[in-house]
Design a protein around this ligand. Structure first.
Ligand code: ADP
Length: 310
């Protein structure tokens, strides 16, 4: 089974003509509320593909928590591991201006209360997992506990988003570490500042591209590395082997929100079925590509049939 350990947020979205200055009020469009958060997104993406998936997460005892549980169940995800209470459900307050630029305030809420103890209490759920997929919208100590208590033979898939410094033992457990270009640059320490890792492209300060990043990331300890490259697909690298490029199908991109989550969930699922990394990535780029052809995050995730039709 696939176990996703991660965040669940309600995304509250309002369109505005322009953002309010301090002390100012502006009127916005009607509010839309969407289930989101990287953990919840990954679980829904996997569930919709038909993967046997469980989610370990924490939500509040409130309407947003019920929205998130409903979306998981609609995708066929096992929600017995979703803990309820302790703080309000995590929320992302998102304003979108006419050019499509977002401003986002995240209130982690219950996500910040998913503790290492919660991981230990979920030993049965972990014990059933062949692959455990985690991200960094929950406390790092909780991620580290997952890495420590991984059942024998199970794989850890980590997407370090939002990027943060990773302890060596967590890095060493990753198989693979899944990063986009921004996260790759952050972990390689080009700036040391999340959110300021510079523009994407193949010539950063080091003048290096994804192949060199993959080699440098492998040197930090993970057993394998996957770098997602947007429309260019992905690059996979394993210790002792040459890095392999995996092309994404050409699609008309409408909204890339959640593409990385869909990619990572698909990859984790196929690894759990025993596929080699490059084959799992070849499937995952198709899932990511399908997800960018529709608006939204969870709303955009494809079924296996839709991936097949791509
Ligand atoms: P993130 O959303 O984490 O930044 P990427 O932008 O690299 O991640 O996208 C993840 C995956 O989604 C890519 O590997 C690719 O398969 C797919 N994808 C993203 N953008 C596009 C695009 N414009 N065209 C086709 N596929 C895309």
């Amino acid at each position: 089974d696939l176990l996703v350990v991660g965040s669940a947020n309600a995304d509250l979205v309002v369109g505005v003509e322009r953002r309010p200055a301090a002390g100012e009020t502006v009127l916005g469009s009607d509010l839309t509320v969407h289930p989101g958060g990287k953990g919840a997104n990954q679980a829904v993406a996997a569930g919709r593909l038909g993967a046997r998936t469980a989610l370990l997460a924490r939500v509040g005892d409130d309407a947003h928590g019920r929205l998130l549980l409903d979306s998981q169940r609609a995708a066929g995800v096992d929600t017995a591991g979703v803990l309820v209470g302790g703080a309000p459900t995590g929320v992302a307050l998102i304003t979108v201006d006419p050019s499509g630029d977002n401003s986002i305030v995240v209130s982690p809420g219950a996500n910040a209360r998913l503790t290492p103890d919660d991981v230990r209490a979920a030993a049965e759920l972990l014990g059933r997992a062949r692959v455990v997929s985690v991200q960094l919208e929950i406390p790092l100590g909780t991620v580290a506990e997952v890495a420590r208590t991984l059942p024998p033979g199970a794989r850890l898939v980590l997407n370090p988003s939002p990027p943060a410094p990773l302890p060596a033992d967590v890095l060493a457990a990753c198989d693979p570490l899944v990063v986009n270009e921004h996260e790759a640059r952050y972990i390689l320490g080009e700036t040391g500042e999340a959110g300021e890792a510079g523009e994407t492209g193949e010539t950063g300060e080091t003048g290096e591209g994804p192949e060199e990043w993959a080699r440098a990331l492998l040197a930090l300890g993970p057993r394998s590395v996957v770098i997602t490259l947007g429309a260019q697909g992905a690059l996979v690298a394993e210790d002792g082997a040459d890095a392999v490029r995996v092309a994404s199908p050409r699609v008309g991109a409408v909204d890339t929100t959640g593409a990385g989550d869909a990619f990572t969930a698909a990859l984790a699922w196929r690894l759990g079925l025993g596929e080699p990394l490059a084959a799992a990535a070849a499937f995952a780029v198709r899932v990511g590509a399908a997800a960018v052809t529709r608006e939204g995050a969870q709303e955009s995730f494809p079924t296996a049939q839709e991936v097949g039709a791509l």
